[in-house]
Design a protein around this ligand. Structure first.
Ligand SMILES: *Cc1c(COP(=O)(O)O)cnc(C)c1O
Length: 385
């Protein structure tokens, strides 16, 4: 078997990326220069949105979105618990209340029916997460948003390059967040972005990203001269550097080929795994085209004599860097302290017990893919009833 460890995700940096970054280091602007504007334009063009605002990371971008949406104390925001903590934390940063709605057990995405059950007069927004890269049921979610007058912020950290009913994710809701962490589709080291078609959200996000400060005379209360600026609300320093932005633009050119390679790997996995009754391959809604951030195998625990933990440990021993996405957010100790209870989203909790994420990144070689398949067959075979 393998003598080197295969991680579950990894960036792909080539010589063009390196040259781009070195050139920025030799230039005048390391931050807040022309590369930010370029990168924002490039991402906006790629997804087909009017505006994009780059942030220091995806979490900061989500915080910008909950701020721009006007979330405050007493406001409720509905999201899924089967996600990274940041999808929910961005509501707490604004002193809002997170409400978890259960998933659809087929797609693993937040269920529109469950969302509607959680709507109250206090509900202000919905944050669907496109789990693993498969878009959530956006038509149904937008219908609820219209009916109850809610803002929709897509957490598309997994879904750059994905489409819903033929349209790229990034233009369909009020705001959409993408992350450029190294395990995501393209990377800037750390980085994130909000895409939107709203000039109002765009202006708020830009100001929020830089301390709440503006130099725009048309919105300042006074103007004492060319040096003058106003801090109009409490913002943060959530700016991306030009070094990161230039890397992002260079990476973006390769996004489609990265996604295609991910799809090739998925195809190879599915072809073998769909024939093994002890495991279940991911289900895809016909109206979605996933960009495949993660590949999740669901273990049919009733057909196995061992636990998920044993399968996980056996695969790790074979140098296959499996992972689990995610520990449901409402069961994390901080959320338990806030009063969230186990049992509140049963389908999410049940799914969590049986899932394992397999390695998936474009730089994986065919031999790596083969190694993962052989290891899974071996481990599942060994533990068969
Ligand atoms: C990665 C991720 C984030 C946060 O992005 P960072 O850039 O790491 O801050 C948010 N939500 C989900 C679902 C993610 O996977």
């Amino acid at each position: 078997m393998r003598d080197t460890y295969l991680p579950y995700g990894k960036q792909w940096i080539d010589d063009a990326d390196i040259e781009t970054v070195v050139n920025i280091l030799k230039s005048d602007y390391l931050t807040t220069g022309p590369n930010i504007i370029d990168f924002e334009q490039n991402v906006a063009n790629y997804v087909g949105a009017k505006f994009a605002v780059a942030f220091s990371n995806g979490t900061a971008a989500l915080h910008g979105a909950t701020f721009a949406a006007g979330i405050g104390e007493g406001d409720e925001v509905i999201t899924t618990s089967l996600t990274f903590a940041a999808s929910a934390n961005c509501v707490l940063y604004q002193r809002g209340t997170v409400v978890f709605a259960d998933i659809d057990s087929k797609t693993y995405n937040i269920s529109p029916t469950e969302i509607e059950k959680k709507i109250t007069p206090e509900t202000k927004a919905i944050i669907p997460v496109h789990f693993t890269g498969q878009p959530a049921q956006l038509d149904e979610i937008h219908a609820l948003a219209k009916k109850y007058n809610l803002v929709v912020i897509e957490d598309a950290a997994h879904a750059l390059g994905a489409t819903y009913k033929g349209k790229k994710i990034g233009t369909l809701s009020d705001m959409t967040m993408f992350s450029f962490h190294p395990v995501k589709h393209i990377t800037t080291g750390e980085g994130g972005i909000i895409t939107t078609n709203s000039k109002e959200y765009y202006d708020k996000l830009v100001q929020f990203r830089s301390h709440g400060i503006t130099r725009n005379p048309s919105i300042m209360k006074e103007n004492h001269g060319p040096w003058y600026y106003e801090m109009q609300f409490l913002g943060y320093n959530y700016r991306m550097t030009d070094i990161q932005a230039a890397l992002g633009s260079s990476q973006l050119k390769k996004l489609d080929s990265f996604v295609n390679r991910r799809k090739e790997i998925i195809k190879a996995y599915n072809e073998v795994f769909e024939k093994i009754s002890q495991i279940q391959i991911p289900y895809q809604l016909p109206e979605t085209d996933s960009s495949w951030h993660l590949y999740i195998l669901k273990l049919n625990l009733d057909q196995l004599t061992v636990s998920r933990k044993e399968v996980f440990e056996e695969l790790q021993k074979l140098n296959i860097g499996v992972n689990v996405h995610y520990i449901p957010v409402h069961t994390l100790p901080y959320y338990e302290q806030l009063g969230y209870k186990k049992g509140s989203v049963p389908l999410t909790e049940k799914l969590y017990e049986g899932i394992i994420s397999l390695p998936l990144f474009p730089l994986m070689q065919d031999q790596d893919v083969e190694d993962v398949i052989e290891a899974v067959k071996l481990v599942i075979g060994k533990v068969k009833k």
